[in-house]
Design a protein around this ligand. Structure first.
Ligand SMILES: Cc1cc2nc3c(=O)[nH]c(=O)nc-3n(C[C@H](O)[C@H](O)[C@H](O)COP(=O)(O)OP(=O)(O)OC[C@H]3O[C@@H](n4cnc5c(N)ncnc54)[C@H](O)[C@@H]3O)c2cc1C
Length: 435
């Protein structure tokens, strides 16, 4: 049966969904709060674009490697970058590699993956090419500057999408046969609204990752950066917390990430193909998993992030040297490492006023252990920016509603471009099977 489907959010997951249904009989109406396809909310599909194939990271869905490869090929083709220009690497491909062994004997779990880096500059081509192809199809239409505030399941199984026209401020409602919600992390207010009305959509809500963006000179990590594009390792610390590296950016930039329509800012990192810095940055993230009666990891992460902004005197993050962080002293002066984040976005401060002590101890233990593998990681003047937060914790039940499903990061099942896109593809395949 031909359906009219609302696709809410045009990020990685939405792209996967529409790509799979672009030649179907279904009518797809895409709602995107941003003004165009390029300038949408900051995420990996618009910034950095490190796309990987791995069974060990990127989400909790079980996605076979063939589909992951198909998704990666799709993005690489849309980038207009010749194959030899795409940065490519394998992390911990072989268990007998020297780095694998060095991490292993120091207690780390190395995560293996194959990486392709498109870069912030070429992601514009990717998004533009995808948009041009989709918008040329008769069954696909885009509604930019439409912020969806609620999606309601009606008694007759139709779905009402309530959205605000960002230009006029007018609230409009439209009815569809089905809605697929892929609003990523930036759309968590919409998920919150649906969840509040229908709490049973949430399968699990216990976890949030909190930590710092760590920045150090390229020469310290030169050897590992040359051997693998991205090093991902996990460590179980003595407090019981699991700490991991995330999103390594050789010669990259630290950036801020805006949340909840600019309600607060956190820190992140990215890199460009044509513009390099002298520093490498990566996240050090501490997984916080709570038990009953706790059920608000987003609230917890939001409060910690806001606390860093309050201490920084506005929509800014806190920057501290490693030595000062370890010794719980406010940083007043930087050393040899120059921050790549624009100075208007940070203040020098003390992250010990932000993190619970268990979190701080876990970060320090992780970095000290990392220093055994990569000497120089704990140089006193290396930089920590806080807070970096990963909200992926509301795992939503896609069997709860008949005609509403959640794809990508907002569903709690993915946390990467590859997995979010694959999730969109898989949901679309279900639709094709049921048609
Ligand atoms: C700075 C940054 C860099 C990253 N780098 C990488 C990387 O290199 N590699 C990697 O694998 N992952 C990376 N990630 C994570 C990756 O971007 C996400 O896992 C992935 O994009 C999730 O896809 P998604 O479709 O679920 O969400 P998104 O790609 O975030 O897309 C969601 C879309 O929904 C729109 N939207 C939100 N709310 C609404 C609303 N209410 N109404 C209408 N539209 C709405 C947004 O504007 C956005 O376009 C990065 C994330 C960030 C923030």
């Amino acid at each position: 049966m031909k359906k009219r489907i609302a696709v809410i959010g045009f990020g990685a997951a939405g792209i996967g969904y529409v790509e799979e249904l672009k030649n179907s009989e279904h009518q797809l109406v895409i709602f995107e709060k941003s003004k165009d396809v390029i300038s949408s909310s900051l995420s990996g599909i618009r910034s950095d674009g490190k796309i990987f194939i791995s069974k060990e990271m990127g989400g909790t869905l079980d996605i076979d490697v063939a589909l992951q490869k198909r998704v990666v090929d799709f993005y690489l083709k849309k980038s207009d970058v010749s194959e030899d220009k795409i940065e490519h690497g394998v992390s911990f491909g072989a268990q007998n590699s020297d780095f694998y062994r060095r991490f292993y004997v120091n207690g780390f779990l190395p995560v293996s993956a194959e990486f392709f880096h498109i870069g912030t500059d070429f992601l514009k081509n990717v998004m533009q090419n995808i948009y041009e192809e989709f918008s040329s199809k008769e069954n696909i239409s885009f509604k930019f500057k439409t912020k969806v505030v609620d999606v309601i399941n009606n008694e007759d199984n139709s779905v009402t999408v309530l959205y605000i026209d960002v230009e006029t401020g007018e609230t409009i409602s439209e009815t569809f046969d089905k809605a697929v919600i892929g609003v990523g992390r930036s759309g968590h207010k919409l998920i919150e609204n649906i969840k509040t009305r229908e709490p049973k959509t949430v399968l699990a809500s216990t976890t949030v990752d909190l930590g710092v963006r760590f920045e150090l000179p390229n020469h310290i990590v030169k050897e590992i950066n040359e051997e693998m594009y991205e090093f991902k390792v996990k460590l179980k610390t003595s407090a019981g917390y699991e700490v991991r590296t995330f999103c390594n950016n050789p010669s990259g930039y630290v950036t801020i990430e805006k949340y909840n329509d600019d309600e607060f800012v956190t820190v992140n990192g990215h890199s460009k193909v044509n513009s390099k810095t002298d520093n490498t940055n990566f996240a050090v993230l501490v997984t916080h998993s709570f038990t009953h009666p706790f059920n608000d990891p987003v609230g917890y992460g939001t409060h910690i992030s806001k606390l860093s902004n309050i201490l920084a005197g506005g929509k800014k993050v806190i920057l501290q040297t490693y030595k000062d962080f370890k010794n719980s002293k406010r940083t007043k002066k930087l050393g040899r490492v120059s921050p790549t984040l624009d100075s208007e976005h940070y203040i020098l401060g003390d992250l010990n006023l932000v993190f619970p002590s268990k979190t701080k101890c876990a970060i320090v233990e992780f970095l000290e252990q990392l220093n055994n593998v990569i000497p120089g990681v704990t140089c006193p003047d290396n930089l920590l920016y806080g807070v970096e937060v990963k909200f992926y914790s509301n795992v939503l039940d896609n069997n709860y509603f008949k005609n509403i499903s959640f794809i990508g990061d907002c569903s709690g099942w993915s946390r990467s471009i590859t997995y979010a896109t694959c999730h969109g593809v898989l949901e679309a395949q279900k639709e094709l099977e049921n048609s």
